[in-house]
Design a protein around this ligand. Structure first.
Ligand code: SAM
Length: 234
């Protein structure tokens, strides 16, 4: 079982999403374990202060290192018998290594992943240098916090854990040698839908059809079509 520990100042953001659908089922079946931890519980003062002004000036506040250090130490010690090689501490930051399917495959082999979700103007840089094993970005854009990245990464990893998706769904995944996959277009019934044309002046009928090959029953041709119309995602 893979254990995800998420350190955040907004645990509620995560609870509804991670309590639904296949993720909820995987948790119930004990294929994955997800626990959120409120960073404020590791603050030094009764007010739960976890941020402070940046050295050198500038706008906004920065997440302090001490509560993050205490939270990570506590989560590591709770998992005592663990092989340290099977654990990673990940800090979310837009400066991090780009999250990919390949990275999801590698991370899915671990026992425990501790995620640190930043907020405000970011996290004291010593967290990246001294506490985290990896800095991860989910894309070249700036979000308000690391909670959405945590959900993205957890979902991508969880669907690779045996038993989370049905066997059939996994077989259908066209995994490439390097661990990526080939994604192709999907269609379902009806075979044809007739609509009033919005583009033509005469407002005639248009017919939107499913590609013929998919209805042919010729499995070889269908596989070829899927290969041709697939996008390799590494
Ligand atoms: N300039 C700040 C920095 O470089 O960290 C941006 C801080 S952002 C407003 C607040 C937090 O959101 C970050 O600390 C990080 O945890 C998270 N975040 C924002 N964009 C992200 C992205 N593309 N990938 C991963 N995490 C992101």
């Amino acid at each position: 079982m893979i254990k995800f520990d998420i350190i955040t100042i907004f645990p509620e953001i995560l609870s509804s999403y991670l309590g639904e659908s296949l993720i909820a089922r995987a948790r119930a079946k004990k294929l994955i374990k997800i626990t959120t931890h409120n960073l404020r519980d590791f603050a030094d003062d009764a007010r739960g202060t976890v941020d402070d002004r940046p050295y050198g000036g500038g706008l906004g506040m920065v997440i302090k290192i001490e509560p993050v250090y205490k939270a990570v130490q506590s989560l590591k010690s709770k998992f005592k018998n663990q092989n340290a090689k099977l654990r990673k501490v990940i800090l979310f930051t837009p400066r991090g290594e780009k999250f990919t399917q390949k990275m999801a495959h590698k991370l899915s082999k671990l026992d425990q992943i501790i995620f640190i979700c930043g907020r405000y103007e970011g996290v004291d840089q010593r967290v990246a240098e001294k506490i985290a094993d990896m800095e991860v970005s989910i894309g070249d854009y700036d979000l308000m916090g690391g909670e959405l990245p945590a959900m993205v990464v957890i979902e991508a990893i969880s669907r690779l854990v045996p038993g989370v998706l049905g066997k059939e769904a996994l077989l259908k995944e066209r995994i490439t040698k390097s661990g990526g996959f080939i994604e192709y277009a999907q269609y379902t019934r009806p075979e044809e839908i007739k609509v009033k044309s919005t583009l033509r002046r005469d407002s005639g009928q248009e017919s939107w059809r499913v590609p013929k090959v998919l209805l042919s029953g010729d499995h070889k041709k269908i596989e070829e079509w899927k290969g041709l119309h697939g996008k390799v995602i590494e």
